[in-house]
Design a protein around this ligand. Structure first.
Ligand SMILES: [Fe+2]
Length: 330
């Protein structure tokens, strides 16, 4: 992966990331200097989920949160985590997708308390399940990530895996006869360079093809498309995008570039870089396919319905700064 290799030093850390734990203290003193750049303005950017406005009228069948690039133990990570906990009080979510770089700088489990257990304690104590994947930082001093896989609160049965969420039992089965009772199937990928790509891609093709879920959502650490520091990864896109299109994956969530960028659907898939979970922010540009880009600390909430998924990007003040609707008809 030429572009990524250019950005990587030995052990796979970008130069920008290399002193990341050294910048934590500085980062903790920084205000959230948010810069939003709406390429395609959305009508409802002022919607505040915490205020319990419009969408609480129609409760989703499933609500989940998503974060990435979190594990620094910084003031900013705690600010994001606190905003998540506040949202949870009004609009509880069942699970959190954690798209890698879970523990900086090198994935060491010795930092698990400051990088994970303390910031998310309010959610963990209420039984919210986190489902992690391995970022590039997570595989360096962790027996190639195995230490994190073995950590039960990351709920990683393997380097790549899938899990499903069913329709609530109070509802009738899905009306679409092509699908069974599975509402969503989540597919977690190991997007690192040293992943077993041959096996993983064969598994992904098979698993996506066999899935009967109404919605197929994939998450991994690295973006296929990004206007951030690391940028798009053409090799990753050449491997994954055709499978996403073939099997109608509607949403791919990732991190690695520390900020937020949502793309217009590309061959039916909405790609969102969601890397504002706490690590120092990067500069972002934009591309012709960028729908919204922002440099701020943030997380996502996704509300899943039978006919749509509403994605919301939320800043540390609890305000929704980007929102999109994904439908089956895109
Ligand atoms: Fe990363």
């Amino acid at each position: 992966m030429k572009r990524r290799q250019l950005l990587m030093t030995i052990f796979g850390i970008s130069l920008a990331d290399a002193t990341i734990r050294g910048t934590i203290l500085k980062s903790g003193l920084l205000a959230d200097t948010s810069v939003g750049n709406s390429i395609q303005p959305f009508a409802d950017l002022t919607n505040d989920l915490a205020s319990g406005s419009t969408e609480t009228v129609n409760e989703p069948l499933l609500r989940f949160a998503a974060i990435a690039d979190t594990g620094v133990g910084s003031f900013d990570q705690y600010a994001v985590a606190q905003a998540m906990a506040q949202i949870y009080e009004h609009s509880p979510f069942a699970l959190v997708l954690m798209a890698g770089d879970n523990i900086y700088p090198y994935g060491e489990m010795q930092y698990i308390q400051s990088a994970f257990e303390k910031p998310y304690a309010p959610l963990l104590s209420q039984g919210v399940k986190f489902h992690a994947v391995l970022g590039n930082h997570d595989i360096i001093k962790s027996n190639n990530g195995q230490d994190q896989i073995n950590y039960p609160l990351f709920n990683m049965p393997d380097r790549y895996y899938s899990f499903t969420k069913s329709f609530p039992t109070s509802l009738p089965q899905a009306t679409n006869s092509n699908h069974n009772s599975e509402l969503v199937e989540f597919f977690a990928l190991d997007t690192n360079d040293n992943a077993d790509w041959r096996s993983q891609l064969a598994w992904l093709d098979r698993q996506l093809g066999n899935s009967k879920a109404l919605w197929k959502i994939v998450f991994g650490h690295h973006p296929l498309y990004s206007s951030g520091l690391h940028g798009s990864d053409q090799q990753l896109a050449s491997m994954l995008a055709p499978l996403f299109a073939k099997h109608q994956v509607k949403l791919y969530l990732c991190g690695h570039d520390h900020g937020y960028e949502r793309f217009v659907p590309i061959n039916g898939t909405t790609y969102i870089v969601n890397g504002g979970g706490g690590a120092p922010l990067y500069q972002f540009g934009s591309s012709g396919q960028t729908a919204f880009v922002s440099q701020r600390f943030s997380f996502m909430i996704c509300d899943v319905y039978q006919d749509k998924i509403i994605t919301k990007a939320i800043a540390t003040d609890g305000k929704v700064f980007d929102r999109s609707i994904i439908t089956h008809t895109i």
